[in-house]
Design a protein around this ligand. Structure first.
Ligand code: GLA
Length: 711
């Protein structure tokens, strides 16, 4: 069976009697395919006497000696029925790139359903479901999606991080045998979660090399791995991590894996990101454009909630051009600091004697949307909710797990707790004119049990159900996924939310890395990106407004700064930056994201190119001091070689600071007209920027051709 779309082929051997094997996942193979029998590999002297296929569910029964895709047993049976061997039962094709494969094992009494779809853009989606066809319970320990990559994929990139430093890449040589395993046991996606596991040809780069990448759409515990066996077989795998006994299937019950998204490209990481961005943008529920400029109150007032202070802030925000005003933590019962209040989702009359209506009314009259911070899954022991329902908390060993930011996690698999929360959130949205929720999740889940069993899975599904129901009841409300910054960014949560808060750090230098790598999966319009105060409270670094604004520009822009206290100059510069964002957000939020393979490690060159390639914004970012006296030319990727562009520096909150006797000629002249070919091949001289400064360049096609557009 040959699936082809978007320049990608997936070739499956569905002849049976075993489960289908993946003969190829990668470049389009054309129409002339060999007979599968001709592809049977040689048999080594010392090995199984039959060929070892790499099926969709690699297992010992097929001779696969790597990590099995499925592990489980029937502890109640004398024969524990752990040794599964599925036979192919039926294959259904929907004519739209979708295949459903049914397998059965009459000995372990399991049936397997694998859903596989090659989207028009070439992204492959896979999930498995296993059903207990027996009468005794089946304890499932692991069910992974495993895909082969050719042995030439000898280099691996995955992402890691921590609070305020999410999504940093790390690379490994995986030409040797063994496995590289990344497990995340945070009960949420995790700051260190590898958003994508990418294997590729040696030295693959932003725009070069053949790459294969997996993403697991799941917000609970999970594992991603790359493995190479002595038979020179290489695979990528992703699975939910299950705790002991967490999934025990009763007769007739099934378990469905989170969906795995698999991308392939010969154009390096940008080619891979394109596939994911195209998929995300084509989803029915993708965010409405244009993305409004946000002001979030957190770094402006923290817990200091006063109507007068906040109305002043709203006035200043509106004057600057803000379109959405988000009231962060501190508005609900007893929440004067982070020790108390979580769980009590009613407006605190002590600080808001007239409720939130006066502030919301003021914000709305200024023409802005109103947004509100909530952290629904959490509870402080010092809260009315906990005092009334101390048993509504995830726990194990009959005691509370260690606190984190003084908080515990509500057990949402408990129907009463779930119903209560749904009711409270529903009432908040019904009683107030709220366009947006910033939905936070500020701790890891540890020793999270329900009914004597690990409960991360149940909790994750319950949160999904809660979000789904709220969205059904309030379809106009947008939701942001925040988890101490970027601790919950994945396509599972993003199937029911509208953007991620990429990090709690607004330090623009940190953000260059965090946003670049978050955007390996997510297009810029889903990545919240705020201009913070001059000195970032998370790092102590101080940056010019021009740098902070130029970095924020390449996401969904907001402000997190006390704009009521700005000097007139800062206010004007910030308003100008906001207006620049508004002018260009159509391009920024529909175009292709590009990253040059720039030779100087002290600088980054990235941008967004309109899909018709008639307009682009590029940023040349000095992230450190360079070894050279002056930078070499910047070669701009992704442009149309046949088109001439008017190239100009774009003012985003002021010009960048430089250290040079004179600026490059084109900047002194106020711009230049250059062909896309020249810009890609010869490149443009860059100014000598002070470290931690950025130059943003606007390119607009001027030669004949279709009018500029972002479609
Ligand atoms: C978390 C979030 C922040 C802010 C605080 C409020 O840390 O990531 O953006 O909302 O909570 O307590």
């Amino acid at each position: 069976m040959h699936l082809r779309a978007g320049g990608v082929s997936v070739l499956l051997d569905v002849r049976g009697p075993g489960l289908p094997s993946v003969l190829h996942w990668g470049a389009d193979l054309g129409t002339h395919l060999p007979a599968p029998a001709h592809l049977a590999p040689a048999l080594p002297h010392s090995g199984l006497d039959v060929p070892v296929p790499l099926t969709l569910l690699p297992s010992a029964a097929d001779g696969w000696l790597g990590e099995p895709a499925l592990r489980g047993s029937r502890p109640g049976d004398a024969d524990q029925r752990w040794a599964h061997a599925f036979t192919l039962h039926r294959v259904e094709v929907d004519g739209d790139g979708g295949v459903v494969i049914h397998g059965r094992d009459d000995v372990t009494r399991l049936s397997l359903t694998t859903r596989l779809r090659l989207e028009p853009g070439g992204l492959l989606r896979i999930s498995h479901a296993v059903r207990n066809d027996g009468t005794e319970p089946y304890r499932l320990d692991r069910l992974a999606v495993v895909l082969p990559v050719p042995p030439v994929a000898t280099e691996l990139l995955d992402l890691t991080g921590r609070w305020c430093r999410e999504r940093h890449p790390q690379r490994h040589d995986v030409s040797g045998q063994g496995a590289w395993v990344r497990a995340a046991r945070h009960g949420r996606t995790g700051h260190d979660a590898t958003l994508m596991l990418v294997a590729g040809t040696p030295g693959f780069a932003n725009r070069a090399g053949e790459v294969w990448g997996l993403h697991l759409a799941w917000s609970g515990d999970h594992v991603s791995a790359a493995e190479r066996t002595a038979e020179e077989r290489a695979v990528l795998a992703a699975a939910e991590l299950l705790g002991p006994g967490e999934v025990t299937l009763a007769a007739g019950e099934d378990y469905v894996t989170p969906e795995v998204f698999a991308g392939w490209s010969t154009e390096g990481l940008d080619g891979l990101a394109d596939r994911f961005h195209d998929h995300v943008r084509a989803r029915a529920g993708h965010v409405r454009l244009p993305r409004p400029v946000v002001l979030n109150t957190w770094e402006a007032v923290y817990f200091d909630h006063r109507l007068e202070r906040l109305t002043e802030l709203a006035d200043a925000a509106a004057e600057i051009g803000v379109e959405r005003f988000v009231l962060d933590d501190g508005w609900f019962l007893g929440r004067r600091d982070d020790h108390a209040g979580l769980g009590d989702w009613v407006v605190d009359p002590a600080v808001w004697p007239g409720g939130l209506a006066p502030l919301i009314g003021h914000v709305r009259r200024l023409g802005m949307d109103f947004g509100l911070w909530v952290e629904p899954e959490m509870v402080n022991v010092d809260s009315e909710l906990y005092r009334a329902h101390p048993d509504w908390v995830l726990a194990a060993r009959g005691e509370l797990p260690p606190p984190w930011r003084h908080q515990q996690v509500l057990d949402l698999a408990n129907p009463a707790a779930h119903a209560h929360l749904l009711d409270r959130l529903d009432a908040l949205l019904r009683d107030h004119d709220i366009a947006y929720l910033k939905w936070d999740h500020n701790r890891d889940l540890v020793l999270a049990g329900h009914g004597g069993r690990p409960a991360v899975r149940a909790q994750t599904l319950a949160v999904y159900a809660l979000l789904d129901e709220l969205r059904r009841r309030h379809p106009g409300v947008e939701i942001e996924s925040c988890a101490s910054g970027g601790g919950r960014a994945d396509l599972g949560i993003l199937a029911r939310t509208d953007r991620v808060w990429a990090s709690d750090t607004n330090d623009a230098l940190e953000r260059t890395t965090i946003q670049r790598w978050t955007q390996l999966l997510l297009p810029p319009e889903l990545v919240g990106s705020h201009v913070g105060p001059p000195t970032a409270h998370t790092t102590g670094r101080t940056h010019d407004l021009s740098f902070r604004a130029a970095v924020a520009l390449f996401g969904h822009v907001g402000i997190e700064w006390d704009v009521s206290a700005l000097s007139a100059d800062d206010r004007a510069a910030l308003a100008a930056a906001v207006s620049t964002y508004k002018t260009h957000r159509g391009l920024l939020h529909t175009g292709r994201v590009v990253h040059a393979d720039h030779p100087d490690p002290a600088a980054l060159l990235h941008g967004v190119v309109a899909r018709d390639r008639r307009e682009a914004l590029m940023a040349y970012v000095a992230v450190a001091s360079s070894a050279s006296e002056r930078p070499g030319p910047a070669r701009f990727p992704g442009l149309d070689p046949e088109v001439s562009y008017r190239v100009r520096a774009l003012d985003v909150g002021g010009p960048p600071r430089t250290l040079q006797g004179a600026a490059p000629g084109w900047l002194r002249e106020g711009g230049a007209v250059l062909s896309g070919r020249f810009l890609a091949v010869a490149g443009l001289p860059m100014p000598v920027l002070v470290p931690e400064q950025a130059l943003v360049v606007h390119l607009l096609a001027i030669s004949e051709g279709p009018a500029p557009g972002h479609g």
